[in-house]
Design a binder for this molecule. Structure first.
Ligand code: DGT
Ligand code: MG
Ligand code: MG
Ligand code: MG
Ligand code: MG
Length: 233
């Protein structure tokens, strides 16, 4: 029974319910962080303060929001995986995405000073968000592997790019020229062992989410943590 003659406008709201039984992934990415990193003097290629702040924000998101079983981050992005059976906000994609993005962005500002004591925050950063559904454990694992491989490829490129400039004295254009061939060679990522010591972060939840720095592409991580993909999630 409508409470007023205006109630009908509710019907204009689009249905964005996430398909049942799928893993719901929300991926955030910093808006124009190329500029943000420049303005805030991020170390090149990797600024550990920035990475740690991102992870702190991800931990906050996992603590404040419901049903996130794992989060993975690199560079200016973070992916959050909601349990398959989550019925939080009736699985509305817009609720998941906006709550993750706003909680993450406010945390980024709130905790900034804890990580950048000597660098004032010069303007308010923003994060875009998207929702992607994965229908099986394998597609979810492949999604996370895809992000980790992206991290590896970018790190390989950026590390050598900045070494050519900072250590070998090349100009950015010369460094780019030198790396054109190498870039093609680094397309395939096979051995997780090769990735040791790189910039990648995994957070998972039980009572309190803990940051892990490890490989997601191989089976070892998933064997050690069978509960993440278990039938109860
Ligand atoms: P977007 O996402 O389309 O709004 O634009 P961007 O500029 O955020 O582009 P994206 O997300 O593809 O690339 C991330 C940028 O953030 C990239 O230009 C490098 C920068 N960035 C991320 N982490 C670091 C870091 O630790 N150190 C430095 N120097 N830069 C970083
Ligand atoms: Mg982008
Ligand atoms: Mg970005
Ligand atoms: Mg990015
Ligand atoms: Mg309300």
């Amino acid at each position: 029974m409508a409470k007023s003659k205006f109630e009908y406008v509710r019907d204009f709201e689009a249905d964005d319910t996430c398909l049942p039984h799928c893993w719901v992934v929300v991926r955030l990415d910093g808006r124009n962080f190329h500029r943000f990193a420049e303005k805030h003097s991020f170390a090149k290629p990797n600024d550990s303060r920035a990475l740690q702040l991102m992870t702190k924000c991800a931990q906050t998101v996992m603590e404040e929001l419901e049903d996130i079983v794992i989060a993975y981050g690199q560079s200016d992005e973070y992916s959050f995986v909601f349990r398959r059976k989550s019925n939080w906000f009736k699985r509305r994609a817009s609720k998941f995405m906006t709550l993750v993005a706003s909680q993450f962005a406010s945390s980024y500002v709130f905790y900034w000073r804890d990580y950048f004591a000597d660098q004032p925050l010069l303007y308010p950063p923003g994060f875009d968000g998207r929702v992607v559904l994965y229908p099986s454990n394998q597609t979810l694992k492949d999604y996370l592997s895809w992000r980790q491989a992206d991290c590896h490829i970018n790190n390989l490129y950026n590390t050598v790019f900045w070494a050519l400039i900072q250590q070998s004295g090349l100009t950015p254009v010369q460094a780019q020229e030198r790396l054109k061939v190498d870039e093609v060679r680094t397309q395939e990522v096979r051995l997780p062992a090769e990735m040791e010591g790189e910039r990648m972060t995994v957070t998972r939840t039980r009572a309190r989410p803990v940051p892990l720095y490890c490989d997601l592409i191989g089976d070892a991580f998933w064997k050690e943590h069978p509960d993440i993909l278990s039938g109860d999630n």
